[in-house]
Design a protein around this ligand. Structure first.
Ligand code: AMP
Ligand code: GLY
Length: 444
């Protein structure tokens, strides 16, 4: 099978690493990819797999649908796998389904209507409320209803949660400690702080508890759960500093025990898949549930129960960098069944080991940072899988090309062992202003 993967981050490198281990794959293309996907079979990306399909980067934007179509036709590609949310929200799956020349191509990724679960926070909240899926109580406001929004905030207890309705590259959620700040930020958001993405703002109840990420593959009727993970969003040790795309991850998650996962499946996964079907929304792809195990009672959940913080319509980054390590089954039959509508016939096997990923980032991230720094030590990594996030090739050198640069993912028989290995390998790598958190997976 010939596969095209859209995207360029650590998530896509991890997906490419897993896809290329499948004996079913003849060749993988990644558009645009990064230095890691360009050198997938290199020693630092080693794998014990007997088979490693060739992988080629294609220099094109993931949302340039004409270029994607031309590549798919030229290379006779059988399956498209969409990594990031942006092309999905822009309707790449619909383009493939409605184009006669592309209709035979298998697509892993929801329709534009399905991608609204991530593309619009208000849509997601309405969906959950309609299908009785436990989530924080909320109201949505526009510039016309600003005064009601200010009054609503005054009726809530701190801290205050404000969410821009549209996609903001992970920056659209503000959690504010005082009413004064919350009211000021609501005004600013409705005044265009995130452009049109914040022309509607969701204000919701703050949920207290521990977060985890649950990944589901669905073909719109059946579903399968992938290994559960947790990411570390704040830039600094001890969950301090600014929110980032994620500074590391761990899988499995100790507090996501069997009883918790049973509730997740019964109260969240099943009603979500059934809700999509009931609304006639075409959905063949990943659903990423950002969940919280609440530590006190709420209107529609008790202490210890799961509630939904958010939906995403793709895999998480850096969660994929541990989830792929722990997915024992060949991913390609799962992706194929997702696209074809035959997930009911598949099984997902998990590796019993733990996996920990530590992200090396550029100094300054998530604010301004430098780029183009040469890296050393990549070849010395021996006991971890190295996934590239923001890297590029400059001649034969691998240089930094983003805020999140490298994801170092290690296995262990326990979380402690995986963590110790990941940090041992991280210490071998260096580039100017390299930074990382020291407490990834430090507690259970
Ligand atoms: P998001 O961009 O939707 O992933 O939100 C970013 C982060 O904000 C989440 O991972 C949570 O840590 C936090 N968050 C979002 N909504 C809530 C909420 N209702 N209560 C508490 N924390 C929240
Ligand atoms: N790690 C969170 C995300 O991918 O959105």
């Amino acid at each position: 099978m010939k596969i095209l993967l859209l995207g360029s981050g650590g998530r896509e490198h991890a997906l490419a690493w897993k896809i290329c281990q499948s004996p079913l794959v003849e060749q993988l293309w990644v558009a645009p990819g990064n230095a890691g996907t360009a050198r997938l079979a290199a020693s630092d990306c080693r794998s014990d797999a007997p088979h490693f399909a060739p992988c080629t980067n294609v220099d094109m934007r993931a949302d340039d649908f004409d270029a994607v179509k031309a590549l798919v036709l030229r290379e006779h590609i059988d399956m498209l796998v969409v990594g990031p949310e942006d092309p999905l929200v822009k309707g790449v799956a619909d383009v493939f389904r409605s184009d006669e020349q592309l209709a035979h191509v298998l697509v892993v990724g929801p329709s534009k209507a399905g991608a609204m679960l991530e593309g619009s926070k208000e849509f997601a909240k309405q969906f959950m409320s309609k299908h009785h899926i436990p989530t924080a109580a909320y109201r949505a406001f526009t510039p016309d209803t600003l005064d009601e929004g200010l009054a609503f905030l005054a009726s809530l207890q701190p801290p205050y949660v404000l969410k821009a309705d549209g996609l903001c590259a992970g920056k659209g959620v503000l959690i504010l400690p005082t009413l004064e700040e919350a009211q000021r930020e609501l005004r600013a958001m409705l005044d265009g702080m995130f452009g049109s993405a914040s022309s509607t703002v969701v204000v919701e109840e703050f949920l207290s508890g521990r977060e985890c990420s649950v990944f589901v593959l669905t073909d719109g009727r059946d579903y399968r759960l992938l290994p559960v993970a947790r990411d570390y969003k704040r830039a600094g040790d001890g969950d301090t500093g600014l929110n980032t795309g994620g500074m590391g991850s761990v899988s499995p998650v100790s507090f996501a025990d069997a009883e918790f996962m049973r509730k997740v499946e019964e109260r969240i996964v099943r009603p979500t898949v059934e809700g999509l079907a009931a609304e006639g929304i075409d959905y063949h792809g990943f659903i990423f549930l950002g969940l919280i195990r609440v530590d006190r009672d709420y209107t529609n959940a008790k202490a210890g129960d799961p509630m939904v913080i958010e939906y995403n319509v793709r895999m998480g980054d850096p969660e994929t960098e541990t989830v792929m390590l722990r997915l024992k089954s060949d991913i390609v039959p799962l992706l194929e069944a997702t696209a074809r509508g035959s997930l009911g016939t598949t099984t997902v096997e998990e590796d019993s080991r733990s996996a920990v990923c530590v992200m090396l980032v550029s100094g300054g991230y998530p604010e301004a940072y430098g780029k183009g720094f040469r890296m050393s030590g990549l070849d010395a990594v021996s006991d971890a899988v190295l996934f590239h996030a923001g890297t590029a090739l400059k001649g034969d050198d691998v240089v930094t090309n983003g805020g999140r640069v490298l994801a170092v993912s290690a296995y262990g028989d326990s979380q402690e062992q995986a963590r110790a290995r990941a940090y041992e390998e991280v210490a071998k790598i260096d580039f100017q202003d390299a930074r990382y958190r020291h407490d990834i997976a430090a507690t259970s």
